[in-house]
Design a protein around this ligand. Structure first.
Ligand code: 5CA
Ligand code: MG
Ligand code: ZN
Length: 466
């Protein structure tokens, strides 16, 4: 990848994903092709969530006094909240916040809805736009001020054990979602100083972008009873006591689309997993004057057969050179291209070109549907394996801080090493090698902390992050 950031910005424009010329920094327009990509990704997400969550929709605006109720939470967001102060020419007597996330919009309503343990567990989600006045460098899809594709799930439980189980369930759901999109990830527990404001702890999914920096693509938070105490979400237990509920929430955003684009892209442009590609197959007629009529009729027949078999197919019959079409659909990442010319008609064969490996395959026309289905599945697996291999190759262990510093300088990527878990030790590591501690997983074997030599219970992962 030449300069990844340049590649990323160019491809968003060339492949007509979004238009970032909208006159508000950090807010962009979804163009039709990008909108279809986003739509298919959300369809997959909804199918997973709808198994045991209910989709809802809460207001965009949050009254100032509600937003400020949970002090740690509001501290974490106070410099990111957009405010509404007027309705028309009338000054509002109470400022209204544009939701940065919806805990403080939802939880006063949960307090009204939840009375008895029979009202639990509650598992809802919404897919909305949220607003954060990001002061760090904004970047389309990666760090925006209007998060247009913010899926937030919020659950309420009778016990901490059930909330813990829900955290594990959320992790399973996200694994299934990212596996379907062929996006690799590492899952770690964020250090305490980097958890979601107001949560007990945060589990995060990070993926690795081609420039060696990691991107946080989803988070799961165990909220314990902090918010239920602040917002008075209480329920009557089977034995008649009143208990504060236990809560979790888990979110992801436009960064999912960013990672599909960034992780699978190559020098020719996008390589879209068939699950989310706006068109899975592009038919390009190879026209020679005399047989033009016959070739076009054959293309129409093939298109119909593929549509009837449930594929998303486009017949590109524009009056431009076939080579231009090849370039364009390669750049837009269509997984498969079908070329049909007079020769193929005679032999009753069809030439397929795979976008992921760029190899060409000749198949008999009569085996069309099952061949295409097999190849599309193979493309999904190839993209997934390639992406996982690439990420795992860039996770290196360091035996001392000097080595860690070198690896980050030369190769970036993710480094792991044993860590004691102490905050000031962690902070001193971040200072010494100038990278963030992504998070921790349980240490595999007994070892001593890379920095202070104390017993290391954890394996720490570090990386330069977005
Ligand atoms: N400015 C941003 N642009 C794009 N995505 C973002 C931005 N800020 C956060 N995200 C994404 O949104 C996810 C959820 O955001 S969060 O703050 O971690 N968690 C919440 O807001 C919880 N209420 C989850 S429901 C993050 O994991 C990250 O992937
Ligand atoms: Mg933030
Ligand atoms: Zn230490």
């Amino acid at each position: 990848m030449i300069d990844f950031s340049e590649w990323f910005h160019n491809i968003l424009e060339e492949a007509e994903i979004i238009d970032s010329r909208y006159p508000i920094k950090g807010m962009n327009v979804w163009l039709p092709y990008g909108f279809q990509l986003r739509k298919h990704a959300l369809e997959i997400l909804r199918n997973i969530l709808d198994r045991d969550h209910q989709e809802t929709l809460f207001p965009l605006l949050i009254p100032e006094d509600q937003l400020e109720k949970e002090s740690v939470h509001v501290k974490g967001f106070e410099d990111e909240v957009y405010w509404i102060t007027h309705g028309g020419l009338t000054r509002l007597n109470k400022k209204l916040a544009l939701r940065p996330t919806s805990e403080t919009a939802m939880y006063p309503m949960f307090s009204l809805w939840i009375r008895s343990h029979t009202d639990l567990p509650l598992k809802i989600y919404q897919i909305v736009n949220t607003f954060r006045y990001e002061t760090k460098h904004t970047r389309p899809l990666i760090r925006v001020r209007e998060i247009t594709t913010f899926k937030e799930a919020h659950t309420v439980h009778e016990t901490m054990e059930e909330a813990e189980e829900q955290v594990q369930e959320a992790i399973r759901l996200y694994k299934e979602f990212f596996d379907t999109l062929s996006i690799p990830y590492i899952i770690t527990k964020r250090p305490p100083w980097d958890k979601f404001p107001g949560s007990d702890y945060t589990i995060a999914f990070d993926t690795l972008l081609p420039d060696g920096k990691t991107l946080q693509i989803a988070t799961v938070h165990n909220l314990g009873q902090t918010f239920s105490k602040t917002f008075d979400i209480k329920f009557e237990t089977p034995t008649g006591e009143h208990e504060y509920a236990y809560q979790t929430c888990y979110g992801l955003s436009d960064r999912v689309i960013a990672s599909i684009i960034a992780v699978h892209g190559d020098e020719s442009g996008l390589r879209l997993p068939p699950e989310v590609a706006p068109y899975q197959i592009i038919i390009v007629p190879i026209i020679f004057k005399e047989e033009a009529e016959e070739v076009m009729k054959a293309c129409e027949r093939i298109k119909k057969r593929l549509e009837d078999a449930g594929f998303r197919v486009k017949l590109d019959d524009r009056d431009i050179r076939a080579g231009r079409k090849y370039y364009e659909w390669e750049m837009k990442g269509a997984p498969l291209r079908i070329e049909i010319g007079p020769r193929d008609l005679k032999k009753n064969m069809i030439v397929l070109a795979r976008r992921d490996t760029k190899e060409k395959i000749e198949i008999k026309t009569e085996n069309l549907e099952e061949e295409i289905d097999k190849i599309l599945h193979d493309i999904t697996n190839t993209l997934r394996e390639e992406a996982w291999t690439k990420m795992q190759k860039n996770i290196r262990t360091a035996t001392n801080l000097k080595e860690a510093k070198e690896i980050i300088k030369e190769k970036k990527g993710i480094i792991s090493f044993p860590w004691c878990g102490d905050e000031e030790c962690g902070k001193s590591i971040e200072e010494k090698i100038r990278v963030d501690i992504l998070g921790i997983t349980e240490a595999e074997k007994k070892s001593s902390c890379i920095n202070c030599g104390k017993e290391a219970e954890y394996k720490a992962f570090l990386a330069k992050t977005y």
